[in-house]
Design a protein around this ligand. Structure first.
Ligand code: SF4
Ligand code: SF4
Length: 67
């Protein structure tokens, strides 16, 4: 199984276009007028959102799983 990741947004680049939320197959990103939100429980670590962002505002970090 692929490594679980969390998606990080660079708020200086993100202009809240909603593109990443639109392509996420797991509905793990929500974009509101007030900000960008990642829902780690839904993310399937496919990385599609990273490539979809037109300004390169998204990156991945390993998700630390608490045991
Ligand atoms: S990595 Fe995949 S599942 Fe996770 S937020 Fe990005 S598009 Fe959605
Ligand atoms: S696609 Fe990029 S610029 Fe658009 S809302 Fe997502 S992170 Fe922000």
């Amino acid at each position: 199984m692929a490594e679980k990741i969390k998606i990080i947004v660079n708020e200086d680049k993100c202009y809240l276009c909603g593109g990443c939320a639109g392509v996420c197959p797991a509905l793990a990103i929500e974009v509101h007028s007030s900000g960008w939100e990642f829902l780690p429980d839904k993310c399937i670590s496919c990385r599609i959102c990273i490539d979809a962002c037109p300004v390169g505002a998204l990156s991945a970090e390993p998700l630390e799983v608490s045991e």
